[in-house]
Design a protein around this ligand. Sequence first.
Ligand SMILES: Nc1ncnc2c1ncn2[C@@H]1O[C@H](COP(=O)(O)OP(=O)(O)O)[C@@H](O)[C@H]1O
Ligand SMILES: [Mg+2]
Length: 430
Amino acid sequence: MVELDVSIERRGVQISVGKIIGESHLDARFKYNEDYLSDTDAIPISVSLPLQEQFFSVVTTRTFFEGLLPEGFSRRALAINMHEDEDDYIAILKELGSECLGAIQILDGSDRIYKNEYRELSLDRIKELAKEGATKSTDLLIETHLSLTGASGKVGVYSNDDGKTWYLPVGCAPSTHILKQSHVRLNDIVVNEQLVLLAAKKLGIDVVDSKIIDTGSKRDDAILFSTKRYDRIINLDSQLIGNLPCPLRLHQEDFSQALGIPSKLKYEKANKGYMRLIFDLIRHVSSNPIEDQLKLWDRVVYNYLIGNTDAHIKNYSLLYNSDLNSVRLSPAYDMISTIIYKESTKSMSFSVGGEYIIDNITDEHFRRALKDVHLGERLAMDRYYNIKDRVGSAIKEAGEELAASGYDNAAILADKIAAFPQITKKKDTI
Ligand SMILES: Nc1ncnc2c1ncn2[C@@H]1O[C@H](COP(=O)(O)OP(=O)(O)O)[C@@H](O)[C@H]1O
Ligand SMILES: [Mg+2]
């Protein structure tokens, strides 16, 4: 029997919104409760879950709530550790739903009360986390009951002094940062992400606040990628947990959740038109659609130029304000040059003007894509060429800065990216 309570935080207060009910994960369905529906300030918890009295379908329920969970290897490792079936998203959510991305909380209504606390993390535990790949992060996820989507090994942690002391959030205590681990097969992935985000910032792209944490040698097995959560805010009147200020939760959902597309379909196949869907979404729901469409366009262009074939629809998100009545495109995150790895696919996560293979995409494909995007051709292509003209030097500058702080490989990586044909080739003459 499944019965999970779903709540959302509004201005710092958790409000019950509904329940997920069923015999098992195979037939579990979400329904808003009547009190919430009669609240005049009620907003849907997802674009894909409009306010309605009826139960949502099994698939719609699963698509949104499974979208909160870790994916791929991290999900498998978690399920094994918890002795649960990997497919049973409800069982995993029940264990980890007390702190998710955004402002949703999922509790199983049992008497199991976790004490909210922040437990100081010793340097040794952070070193272990950096060293041991996804298994260590799985232990920590279970210890903290915290669910973070995405495929890479990661944990949510708390810091009030931006990284001088780290704490594990326990119970329903919110985290403030996400720490991502290196990858056993993909060298320099932490440096790669920091480099690409740093260069994006130089180009005026609104990116997450991030840095590399070094626990010793500055090599892959000693470093972590740290990003400050944009969906957590500490302010002057924050309540305390112990003697530490507890952040407010802001709601967010990724584009796959908002569009009602299951995580397993996050890569577009058969020209399904994801480019059109994501621009339609932002145009319809953003509180500043013009600015956000341009921001989205710049990110799609940038991901192509730096060779990010993993910019799928879970790597773009909507961020709500604390009243839940305004929605914007979230800052950019998870930007990596994937094609520098020989194992990487050359196929973009969604087609651009009908073409998937990065080497085949030309300026003309971007021009064609504009039919789906509804931006003026002149404006959008000016932005495209502007980014293309500046991206090589932005990447090199970022590489030099990181190399100067001891991450030597950053400069080599930067040179490789700056030499990609999509950056160096001349403007198409058509
Ligand atoms: N700085 C951040 N603040 C809030 N949420 C974030 C931040 N960075 C990433 N996220 C969220 O966490 C999820 C996983 O992070 P991501 O960097 O995409 O990891 P992965 O490499 O595993 O895909 C993202 O889909 C996004 O919703
Ligand atoms: Mg991701």
